[in-house]
Design a protein around this ligand. Structure first.
Ligand code: ZN
Length: 323
């Protein structure tokens, strides 16, 4: 379990117990998308993840401005009664927990007898039903923990171009034009969290599950994936090596060869966690770098060598022993 600072006397404002991070599946799909033609379903999934990420990241930035005493956890995946459920953001105040589902819908939507549609009449999942399901599972989980704090759930729509027609005012939703007011309300909450709140946050953190992103990827093989160094700025493979700099012929971005190769090694490790990192493997992977010495030098600088001669390979420097 992660260590958390326990000094309450010094703490005057919010504490982010679990910060927002780019979802691992999104990171993988970003990598793969540059080098491999994603099948239509996965491509759509990738686009949706990028949008969801944009919304959640924007909301996490807003929460950074909170100055009152509360504990914040982002992106939790929890299980209650054998059902998995996901929480985008959880704000634990002294006397109330806010559960916020962030929706980054774009465009015009309307509600017709509890169903949600786009203006072109395409039905979408009812976000309020999703929210209610999530809140009710979370309440049950709190019961199991023996925690009696009340929970308020909101679906927060933070795309600036989202419009919703026929919405009843009592719905637990926050529209783009209401976000400032919602944040002001949060600011005004008088709260002093204590050890019990911190224990709850720790319990949630330890019950959080990290889902393996690999189960959601399309099938791809090493041979199918394009080799080369992806531009750090426009993500194209239009890069070439000139002297000690990698230069993009698409957007003009320049990067030091060390940085570009290190970035590419990390992509290689993400996409092919079972393949060994050797000088030859990285030479082939980076393609535009022809110098064995350059690759060996970079590997030697950032990784730990194992084995000898032709059997040498590299592991992460913090990895003590992998077999
Ligand atoms: Zn570029």
């Amino acid at each position: 379990m992660k260590e958390i600072k326990n000094n309450f006397l010094e703490r005057l404002w919010e504490m982010v117990i679990k910060p927002y991070q780019v979802p691992p599946l999104l990171e993988l799909l970003r990598c793969l998308n540059q080098r491999f033609e994603l099948p239509p379903d996965e491509r759509q999934q990738y686009i949706n993840l990028e949008k969801g990420h944009e919304g959640e990241q924007k909301f996490s930035v807003l929460l950074e401005n909170l100055t009152n005493d509360c504990l914040i956890l982002h992106s939790l995946l929890l299980k209650c009664n054998n059902t998995l459920f996901q929480i985008d953001a959880l704000l634990i105040f002294e006397n109330m927990i806010y559960l916020v589902d962030v929706k980054y819908y774009e465009g015009d939507f309307y509600i017709d007898s509890d169903n949600w549609y786009t203006l072109s009449k395409k039905e979408v999942h009812n976000p309020v039903l999703q929210l209610n399901r999530c809140v009710s599972l979370f309440r049950r989980l709190l019961q199991k923990y023996g925690v009696t704090l009340p929970v308020k759930g909101y679906a927060l729509f933070n795309h600036p171009e989202f419009t919703l027609y026929h919405a009843a005012p009592e719905l637990p939703i926050i529209l783009p034009t209401q976000i400032n007011r919602f944040m002001k309300q949060l600011h005004k909450i008088s709260s002093k969290t204590n050890n019990k709140h911190m224990q709850l946050a720790q319990k949630l953190l330890s019950d959080h599950r990290d889902e393996s992103p690999y189960t959601h990827l399309p099938a791809y093989s090493y041979e199918q994936v394009k080799k080369g160094i992806v531009c750090a700025s426009c993500h194209s493979l239009l890069t070439s090596l000139i002297g000690s700099r990698v230069i993009c012929n698409g957007c003009g971005k320049e990067e030091k060869v060390d940085d570009a190769v290190l970035r590419s090694i990390k992509e290689f490790m993400m996409l092919f966690p079972d393949r060994r990192i050797t000088t030859n493997a990285i030479l082939e992977w980076c393609k535009i770098v022809k110098s064995r010495n350059t690759v060996r030098r970079i590997l030697g600088k950032y990784f730990t060598i194992k084995g000898h001669g032709n059997y040498a390979y590299y592991v992460n420097s913090d990895q003590k022993d992998d077999e």
